[in-house]
Unconditional design. Structure first.
Length: 303
């Protein structure tokens, strides 16, 4: 490849990520219009140079935050069928990770865990990241009955990495997050039931300063916090993007602090562009350079 002049620092990073491209099996929702689920998660991973094998749990017209949508929740067997077809290609030994998000139905959750088991049988070093999509502080629980229990009792014990928002962390652990200390306790409680790496998104406790958004990452080595400005937006799909970015950066670096810093910086850039455009949908395509070279980098501090 010929470069015209010296490569920009960002380009070097972009090129270096191609050197450790991974294969990610991503099983979550799909929407035709807008960006949530796979329609939010797939492209950022691809933009970073990774291959994504996307399997859709639902195909909706748009995200459910609009209050109205159309389209099917696929039966669990449809997901099993596609996983079996991928397996028949003989490629599961080179699958580096499974990412799951919005399940649509608890029976789909079982199909996802079967896929995780098959991938891990084929490649014992593959890892499973479960984004436990249950709800959020404003809307409460927004998934079908049975899904929260399934995630708590079946998916969390199988997960290596989990990316709850504050509401989901409280819901899964029963620990009220009244401050950062309590958030660390809740994250440890979640680690005790399965995932050894936990990223908590959208932390806003009584201790959080005005105008600030916090994220917390906890692993076996410690806990770190990132703070960004709070943007005047309320969007869907940012959680799906941050889970995907955190998972691929963590697989690449094995550093929860670095993966959180990179993922949070990219999503901040994405949402800042979204706020400036006054868009109801996140600008996944228009702001794509933020995935590779975030305009502003927020460093993770040990806490
Ligand atoms: N209003 C906001 N201002 C700044 N960052 C935000 C805002 N909303 C979301 N984010 C970023 O996106 C991340 C994921 O969003 P979040 O709302 O936690 O996901 P989910 O949709 O899964 O609840 C947050 O941790 C934060 O980094
Ligand atoms: C179909 C679908 N998938 C996924 C999500 C999760 O989106 P978020 O990233 O905001 O948690 C939603 C939320 O409304 C949704 O409707
Ligand atoms: Mg979410």
């Amino acid at each position: 490849m010929e470069l015209d002049g010296a490569p920009a620092a960002g380009l070097e990073r972009e090129l270096s990520s191609w050197g450790c491209a991974m294969n990610i099996l991503s099983i979550q929702s799909h929407v035709a219009y807008g960006h949530v689920g796979n329609a939010s998660a797939v492209f950022p991973m691809q933009r970073l140079g990774h291959e994504v094998w996307a399997i859709n749990t639902v195909q909706f017209s748009n995200h459910t935050g609009y209050g109205a949508w159309r389209g099917p929740v696929f039966p669990a067997d449809a997901i099993r069928e596609v996983v079996a077809g991928v397996e028949e290609r003989g490629v599961l030994p080179v699958c580096d990770g499974v990412l799951s998000g919005y399940m649509g139905d608890a029976s789909i959750g079982e199909a996802i865990l079967d896929a995780v088991e098959r991938v891990k049988q084929a490649n014992p070093s593959a890892l499973y990241c479960c984004d436990p999509v249950i709800g959020d502080v404003g809307r409460g629980v927004f998934v079908r009955p049975g899904i929260p229990e399934f995630i708590r009792d079946r998916a969390m014990p199988a997960a290596d990495v989990a990316t709850p928002n504050q509401f989901e962390l409280e819901h899964l652990t029963g620990v009220a997050v009244g401050g950062l200390g309590a958030a660390k306790i809740a994250a440890s409680a979640l680690r005790a039931i399965g995932p050894k790496v936990v990223l908590v998104t959208s932390l806003q406790t009584p201790e959080t300063p005005d105008g600030v958004m916090e994220l917390l990452a906890v692993d076996g080595e410690g806990a770190w916090r990132v703070r960004t400005p709070l943007l005047p937006v309320s969007v869907n799909g940012a959680g799906d993007a941050i889970a995907a970015l955190f998972f691929v950066h963590w697989l690449t670096t094995r550093s929860a602090a670095e993966a959180m810093s990179k993922a949070a910086s990219s999503v901040y850039g994405l949402l800042k562009a979204t706020a400036e455009a006054g868009s109801r949908e996140i600008l996944t395509v228009a702001a794509q350079d933020e995935f590779v070279r975030p305009s502003r980098v927020f460093v993770a501090e040990p806490i």
